[in-house]
Design a protein around this ligand. Structure first.
Ligand SMILES: Cc1ncc(COP(=O)(O)O)c(C=O)c1O
Length: 372
């Protein structure tokens, strides 16, 4: 018997586009009329508006989340021989940027409850070569920042906030909790551009100036290069689109949270306790549900079952970074039982703001059907 109902996508950017279309069209028209496409007043305005939203003193727009992380580490003078501690259970970019600078990514295991860096293991991984610690606020829930600060002592925290824009840790938005925060505007992120984009935040004025120069090849004034940076510039068109969307971000986050609450009610009603482990909301960590990630037995078979029924799902991430072929020669100091368990169990379900209640019902129905 084939199901006649329409597919449930993991995300559907077209729905959000319909909501913002008029504002985005006006924003694009505004930029096109100026024919100024690189940096300029749109980017400066986006930076001011993001700084206000994120309650930080300085925001510097970048060409992607990856470049935001790279520029941040370059601004901190991460060089060959240095070590940067980060999570093994994250998107590749977090560690890729460390390695690209000739430094060593030192991977640390996660905590089972929130999939974020385990502060006790971070403390144990610090050596005289450690230059920075990079927590990742995975899936939209802030890491245990107080414990990480205690572990870090004087070492800087570089927050990877790519998945957590708008998340508040004990009332303070992520990105302002450490020395530098790095954000991504990849189209499917909670605030997405129509292409690549990123942002760096800091409350340190000297660092902010350095980051402004870093994204234009270390140049100030024109054609004087004081250090080697890169081309990490954001387009004015992307900035204008992001400015049209930013005023709606809090509403979209509220919708993601409401969707998560609805899932909880549906899973409880379906009697899947003990089979499907729902995401935990830890005190003060402010989950914004970039992803709604459950832990399930027979994950790959469930995923296949959902795919056959045209229900979207994804595994973030199936291979921890300490197991990636490109890092095989690094050798590792820690062991990673929690990450290795998580990578076999996690499954992200559709959670985008425009997802309808009947679509969530369908997702839970199909999962219940698999385990019945
Ligand atoms: C945790 C994490 N860090 C870094 C990045 C890199 O961001 P971008 O894709 O904008 O380069 C992403 C997103 O893709 C991410 O999820």
């Amino acid at each position: 018997m084939t199901d006649q109902r329409p597919p449930v996508p993991l995300f559907d950017l077209k729905r959000q586009w319909q909501e913002v279309r008029a504002d985005v069209d006006a924003a694009l028209e505004r930029v096109l009329a100026t024919q100024q496409f690189i940096l300029g007043p749109e980017v400066a305005a986006l930076e001011q508006e993001c700084a206000a939203f994120l309650k930080v003193k300085h925001a510097v727009a970048m060409s992607s989340g990856t470049d935001a992380l790279l520029a941040a580490l370059m601004a901190l003078d991460v060089v060959p021989g240095d070590e940067v501690i980060t999570s093994t259970f994250t998107f590749f970019a977090s560690a890729g940027v460390i390695h690209r600078l000739g430094a060593r990514p030192v991977f640390v295991d996660i905590e089972a409850r929130d999939f974020n860096l385990d502060p006790a293991r971070v403390a144990a991984a610090i050596t005289p070569r450690t230059k920075a610690i990079m927590p990742v606020h995975l899936y939209g829930q802030a890491a245990d920042v107080d414990a990480l600060r205690a572990a870090a002592g004087k070492l800087p925290l570089v927050e990877d906030c790519a998945q957590a824009i708008g998340t508040e840790y004990r009332g303070t938005p992520v990105g302002g909790l450490g020395l530098i925060g790095c954000f991504s505007f990849f189209p499917t992120k909670n605030l997405g551009a129509f292409g690549d984009g990123g942002l760096v935040t800091t409350n340190d004025a000297v660092l902010a100036e350095r980051l402004l120069d870093m994204r234009v090849h270390g140049m100030r004034p024109k054609y004087v290069h004081n250090f080697v940076g890169g081309n990490f510039r954001l387009d004015a068109l992307q900035a204008a689109i992001l400015r049209a969307k930013l005023p709606r971000l809090s509403d979209w986050i509220a919708k993601r949270r409401a969707g998560a609450a609805h899932y909880r009610a549906l899973f409880a009603a379906a009697g899947l306790d003990g089979i499907v482990r729902l995401p935990e909301e830890l005190g003060g960590r402010g989950h914004t549900y970039h992803q709604f990630v459950v832990r399930v037995p027979r994950r790959d078979a469930l995923r296949e079952h959902l795919a056959k029924r045209e229900v979207g799902s994804e595994v973030y991430y199936p291979i921890s970074l300490h197991q990636q072929p490109c890092f095989a020669s690094l050798g590792q100091r820690d062991v990673f039982p929690e990450a290795e368990k998580a990578q076999a169990e996690v499954l992200a379900l559709p959670i985008f703001p425009e997802l309808r209640p009947d679509e969530r019902e369908r997702v839970v129905e199909e999962i219940a059907g698999f385990y019945k």
